[in-house]
Design a protein around this ligand. Sequence first.
Ligand SMILES: *Cc1c(COP(=O)(O)O)cnc(C)c1O
Length: 373
Amino acid sequence: MKYRTWLEIDSSSIIYNLKTARKLIGNKVQLMTVVKSNAYGHGIIEMSKCVVSEGIDWLGVDSLEEALLIRESGIKTPILVLGYIVKENLKKAVENDISIVAYNKETLAELSKLKKPAKIHIKVETGTMRQGVLLEDLEEFIRCAKKSSNLTIEGIYTHFANIEDTTDHSFAKEQLHKFNQALQIAKELKIKPLAHTACSAALILFPETHFDLVRFGISMYGYWSSPQTFISSREKKNNIELKTALSWKSVIAQIKNVKSSTPVGYGLMEKTNQDTKIAIVPVGYWDGYDRKLSSVGNVLVGGKRCKIIGRICMNMLMVDINHLPNVKVEDEVVLIGRQDEENITVEELAQKVGTINYEIITRINPLIPRIYI
Ligand SMILES: *Cc1c(COP(=O)(O)O)cnc(C)c1O
């Protein structure tokens, strides 16, 4: 089957990035690969299979639904659900041997009613102010969890609020200090769960955040968490390289010559400024190609950049190919990735629409076929 739009995922890049992480953390620290949000657009099942065959220790997901998909595919690797599970579904998580984040007493109460033992990771609030137990409530929370005989406190963790958006890491250091206090509380209560704090940026920049396990997300897919993370990494002279795996491709559906001053697309927002050859590409905002790229985005055809002309539609976009003499229908179009000497990065798209690389890749429609190389 030939597709009109598809993603190509180069698994060797993923494996390279995993090896890079492993070198940084050594053999004593466990590696959790985060495959939430359809593995950051790369395809949750295929990516889970790929990383499991590379010997990772844990899979991290956001939702129970994602965890169940992975279990249904036959993968037995430990899974931690990092996001909220509604009380009614906790039983399902436990039955499928899925570890659960815990930060409210209602969850603990529900879990202690179940017959099967549950494994929890207590989330500690150290400054991100989203899910987590405040430090002043932690002792009581742990006591409450310990009271229930069918609860195993398997992990304790936190998440940094300001480790990737800045080269000033003082807030992250404060959070780390608070987390160490949390570990002290756990120790006094005679529990020693797996401690973890590190996302990609922390993994790459700060060995003191590694503890027992790291949660490796965006950089496994070859992306820097931010330009600041890249800069900080270079300042530390650790010379880490990351390799991206994802390209997004399509084909030309039609080519036509339009006269100068012809408006193109919905709302007649952009007019040709000369007689112009345009190509129609069957990709639109439904596919996850941001509508804010209208009139400003570029795609590659024949190894050359072509500007999007007019508004991006739900399922189509139009590009100016006036400078390309030998283009024909079904020639390859690259929306993200390399074609000959040219390259369109996820960061270029993110910058043009005012967002971060994370949003660009996680929003690529999961229904688009992924081809694994
Ligand atoms: C998504 C997520 C991660 C992964 O973060 P990256 O910056 O993509 O490495 C780690 N921990 C938690 C709690 C997350 O939600």
